[in-house]
Design a protein around this ligand. Structure first.
Ligand SMILES: Nc1ncnc2c1ncn2[C@@H]1O[C@H](COP(=O)(O)OP(=O)(O)OP(=O)(O)O)[C@@H](O)[C@H]1O
Ligand SMILES: [Mg+2]
Length: 254
């Protein structure tokens, strides 16, 4: 029996979307005596709740600004045998967020730093931690602009409030001394209050040079590394894997 239009209209008005797709099936089951009314209603509510959760996750993932949606399941640990999978799974349990600890992904280009930082971030978002992904370049550009426009404090507060902030690609482009100082202010604000995940290809010994001051770099590293997990990835680039496979199987060589 078709569901009365009045009922459909009522559900639409209340913003109950998914239940509508299933209501015919469930009202038939109730009418035939296959399900009690209360069981049917419970199951319909469950369907609607799951649908809302999926929709909320999608919105939160969009807001979190990830460069791609990739998880630990998408990561080929066999390709990077030096990486401790157990350590990554432990991070993915998100205890580090509750403990306000940081995570540093270090390694050369293409080894999977952004992939892993994003994967952990996605888990944080799904667990409802307010998480934001941003490249170092974009972050400092925004902070510098705010400084020039006399609104640095509120911008620093804005980035300091995220439960988890992922700063990708520290050390890829040079910065001036003002920018280095401003970045330090952000890390100092976040220290022991919220978790920061960074990715970098720059050894810690080079941070003094990059940030234009050994003292500043030390103070920065102190705060970043005090309570932190450092994941150092030593291995080949996944980006050039396809090229290498092609070269290894080059028919012209035969
Ligand atoms: N072990 C892996 N398994 C599956 N995909 C991988 C693996 N390592 C890297 N990738 C993929 O290869 C690409 C490059 O990885 P990623 O962007 O994480 O590198 P990166 O270490 O951040 O490099 P860069 O320093 O240049 O930013 C991405 O598409 C990523 O998903
Ligand atoms: Mg990267």
């Amino acid at each position: 029996m078709a569901t009365p239009q009045k009922l459909i209209n009522g559900l639409t008005e209340l913003g109950i979307e998914k239940m509508q797709e299933y209501i015919d099936r469930y009202s038939d089951a109730v009418n035939k005596g296959d399900k009690s009314f209360s069981v049917a209603l419970e199951e319909l509510i469950e369907i609607e709740k799951k649908h809302r959760q999926v929709r909320r996750d999608a919105i939160n993932l969009h807001i979190a600004n990830y460069p791609f949606i990739k998880t630990l399941d998408d990561f080929d640990f066999d390709f990077q045998p030096n990486l401790n999978k157990k350590e990554l799974l432990e991070l993915n349990s998100l205890a580090f967020v509750e403990n306000k600890e940081n995570v540093v992904f270090f390694g050369s280009s293409g080894v999977g730093k952004t992939h892993l930082a994003t994967a952990i971030g996605i888990s944080c978002t799904k667990a409802r931690y307010q998480t934001y992904f941003i490249t170092f370049e974009n972050l400092v550009t925004q902070l510098k602009k705010a400084h020039q426009e006399n609104r640095l404090e509120s911008r620093l507060k804005f980035f300091a409030k995220y439960k988890v902030l992922i700063i990708d690609e520290i050390g890829y482009m040079p910065i001036d001394q003002d920018t280095a100082n401003i970045f330090f202010q952000l890390i100092a604000k976040r220290y022991e209050k919220n978790s920061t995940i960074i990715t970098t290809n720059m050894p810690f010994s080079k941070w003094g040079e990059f940030f234009g001051s050994a003292t500043l770099a030390n103070a920065l590293l102190d705060r970043l590394l005090h309570h932190s997990t450092i994941i150092s990835i030593k291995g080949p680039s996944y980006r050039t894997k396809a090229i290498r496979t092609l070269l290894e199987n080059d028919p012209a060589e035969e």
